[in-house]
Design a protein around this ligand. Structure first.
Ligand code: GDP
Length: 701
């Protein structure tokens, strides 16, 4: 027997537990992508509904109503208005929160007007008893002309009943639960006559929104003299909303009873502390501090393991594969390349673990509210806090996290400044440079100067982000009105399943997004470093042996000499040398030049490249560590150390400011849909970095 597939759309206000219902239905059978052409996330999954029935579930972006005010909301409307869309639902599952029924039902009544079979999910049923809420389900079903599933996606109750209702969607009533044309009977009458084959409420939505659907284009309506002035339409929209709320109030009066004495609870008291003008910030920054401490403390163990694992793998393969180009490619290009991606997984996973716990618990909304006051002054939104913090793991998921900022201008500014925050790719660079040039001393008894420097670099990252936001806020022409919808959901214990899925998804996004590029670069760098154009590269051994003549020399030293000569004449050596005049004033030699050139693709390549530069071809394994090699580097002309205080600081600042990450540029391009903004990041940030490093070196040398 053929398998029947039911198309299901999950719809609902933000924070009603829509994602939790989606996770309950689909488990890990979900794919996340984008809607074509725009940057709104599209989640789809499958659910088994019976022997021969399955469902494809689309989790539509959270929306308050069908009156679009953000890109996310337009997605919902455009799908629901277009019966020819391949995703058009057989059944709409509208998720509401039992504690916010009044507000949540507005959207439901609108969807009923579209005459789509709809199931009403009343979620968070587990909270009813504590809140003193009871519902008269048969009455509500009759008034709202629907079937209701009382669900707790936390406890997993009611999900089977929901599935049952979905399977039987054909028996759902499709008539509206209130009469939309009463908004303006004359006008609706005229509409009905002009477009007899169209659904009235659809027409109304197309007229009031900036959307098209199916065979009905806006232009067609506009041509047909049905236009009303913008203010008149706004007035009618308001009238519609009031009518809907009147209806909902009436229904709930009989369908729901709330014991208000019981409903009074901790929430108000918690809110008072957590959004307090002083304590609010103190608590928030303490939590941040705690998170950072744990990210670094907990990640270091798995990171070290990964590091050791990959270097073991590399030497194991090099010993056990036949010598040749392929083996070199695998052991010096591919394995370290994959290692360079995998090593970031612990930090990214921990960061998103914390962020998603804060979000799930309802605390993040308080932070957004708290920070909005401050962030607005810099042209940012309270919601920019999340991307700016996420940026400390990686700018890629951070920029993706700007999607829930409704205001385009604030979103753009957030995207542009996020790369300034100290991402984890800068960490290895900072770590090695600090160890090299900053003394390992204590000040004031317990502050370690190296640790302090690292903290200052993090603060520098945030400060540059905020200051550049302020400048962009002055410079950018686009003016958008800003609404701030303070959504304050109830405090809740985070659902482990939701947290786990967020962590897995964000980590996947990093591995597949940035990972591909980092791996590719490692291979390219390996190739450029182990191949050269001229005779010098090919005959390095000959040339060096001739040069030495009969002098006795340790064979290891000889190999090093050959390798160094070869590297100098490899493609990458030639590139590094050719930019030397430009970077000399910053205190760098051509070897650092090579590392800088290669890390324009990804910063973390810096350390790897230096390792390669100092190790390629030398073969011997009892080699001093990179750090000691770097420490020993001297300028052949002056005999001075290459990595000294002045050049080290200049390099640190260069890495703090320069836009050296192809993946971030790619994500910015994707999220802003234009090359203008990523190019501005690339040139603006890098030029600034050059200038700062130049000044630093010239002052300190
Ligand atoms: P969405 O924004 O609508 O996708 O909502 P989420 O699925 O992210 O849930 C919002 C919050 O409600 C999270 O903190 C969830 O843990 C919580 N939540 C979801 N379902 C339930 C439920 O059935 N009972 C309770 N008590 N909390 C829930």
């Amino acid at each position: 027997m053929a398998v029947q597939t039911i198309k299901i759309s999950l719809i609902g206000n933000p924070n009603t537990g829509k994602t939790s219902v989606f996770n309950q239905l689909t488990g890990l059978n979900q794919q996340v992508g984008n809607y074509p052409g725009i940057t709104v996330e599209r989640k789809q999954g499958t659910v088994r509904l019976g022997e021969n029935t399955k469902g494809t579930v689309i989790d539509l972006p959270g929306t308050y109503s069908l009156n679009a005010s953000s890109m996310d909301e337009s997605v919902v409307i455009e799908l629901l208005l277009n019966r020819n869309d391949k995703d058009f639902p057989d059944v709409a599952v509208v998720v509401t929160d039992v504690e916010n029924l009044k507000r949540n039902l507005l959207l439901f009544t609108q969807i009923k007007d579209l005459e789509i079979p709809a199931i009403l999910v009343i979620n968070m049923a587990d909270r009813m008893q504590r809140k003193g809420i009871s519902l008269n389900i048969p009455y509500l079903e009759e008034q709202l002309k629907t079937k209701i599933a009382l669900v707790s996606s936390r406890k997993g109750t009611g999900i089977n009943e929901l599935k049952e209702l979905i399977v039987n969607y054909k028996y759902l009533p499709t008539e509206p639960c209130l009469n939309a044309s009463s908004i303006d009977p004359d006008y609706f009458d005229k509409l009905r006559q002009a477009f007899p084959n169209q659904l009235l409420y659809k027409l109304w939505l197309v007229i009031t929104q900036d959307v098209n659907f199916g065979q009905l284009e806006r232009n067609e309506i506009e041509k047909s003299s049905f236009t009303k002035s913008k203010t008149e339409l706004k007035r009618l929209q308001q009238k519609e909303t009031i009518k809907r709320y009147q209806f909902i109030n009436n229904v709930l009066k009989q369908g729901q009873t709330v014991d208000t004495a019981m409903a009074k609870d901790l929430r108000a008291r918690l809110d008072r502390v957590l959004t307090h003008k002083v304590f609010g910030y103190v608590i928030f920054f303490s939590i941040l501090l705690l998170i950072f401490q744990s990210i670094f403390a907990w990640s270091s163990v798995p990171m070290d393991l990964i590091d050791e694992g990959f270097s073991w793998l590399s030497s194991y393969t090099s010993k056990n594969m036949p010598p040749g180009k392929l083996t070199e490619l695998v052991t010096e290009g591919i394995i370290p390349g994959i290692g360079g991606v995998v090593i970031f997984i612990p930090q990214i996973a921990f960061l998103f673990l914390f962020i998603s716990i804060l979000e799930e618990s309802g605390y993040m909304s308080r932070v957004v509210f708290l920070m909005d006051r401050i962030m607005k002054r810099f042209g940012l939104s309270g919601k920019s806090v999340v991307p700016l913090i996420s940026g400390t793991a990686c700018a890629i998921p951070a920029i993706m996290a700007t999607r829930n900022i409704e205001n385009w201008r604030e979103r753009l500014i957030t995207i542009l400044v996020t790369p300034f925050t100290t991402c984890s790719a800068r960490l290895p660079v900072y770590a090695i440079l600090i160890a090299l040039v900053i003394p390992n001393r204590m000040v004031l008894g317990f502050f370690n100067v190296q640790g302090l420097t690292l903290m200052l670099l993090y603060m520098l990252g945030f400060a540059s982000a905020i200051i550049s936001a302020m400048i962009l806020n002055k410079v950018l022409k686009t003016r958008y009105k800003s609404f701030f919808v303070a959504e304050m959901p109830n405090y809740k214990l985070p659902l482990a399943k939701n947290v786990a899925i967020t962590v897995i998804e964000k980590t996947k996004a990093f591995v597949y997004g940035a990972g591909k590029i980092i791996l590719a670069i490692s291979i390219v760098i390996w190739f450029l470093g182990s191949h050269g154009p001229g005779e010098e590269f090919k005959n390095a051994e000959q040339i060096i042996t001739n040069e030495i003549g009969n002098t006795q020399i340790d064979p290891d030293k000889l190999n090093d000499k050959i390798a160094a000569y070869q590297l100098e004449h490899s493609y990458i050596g030639i590139m590094g040398k050719s930019i030397e005049p430009a970077i000399k004033p910053l205190g760098y030699d051509w070897k650092i030049g090579i590392a800088i050139v290669s890390s324009f693709a990804a910063r973390e390549v810096f350390v790897g490249t230096l390792a390669t530069i100092y190790n390629i071809g030398s073969g011997s394994e009892d080699e001093a560590t990179i750090k000691e090699r770097m420490k020993a580097e001297t300028d052949p002309e002056t005999g001075k150390k290459i990595f000294n205080f002045a050049s080290g600081l200049s390099l640190l600042l260069f890495y703090a400011f320069a836009m050296q990450c192809m993946s971030t540029l790619a994500v910015t391009k994707k999220e802003t849909n234009s090359w203008k903004w990523p190019l501005m990041q690339l040139f603006g940030m890098s030029a600034f970095a050059y200038l700062v490093s130049l000044i630093t070196y010239q002052l300190l040398k």
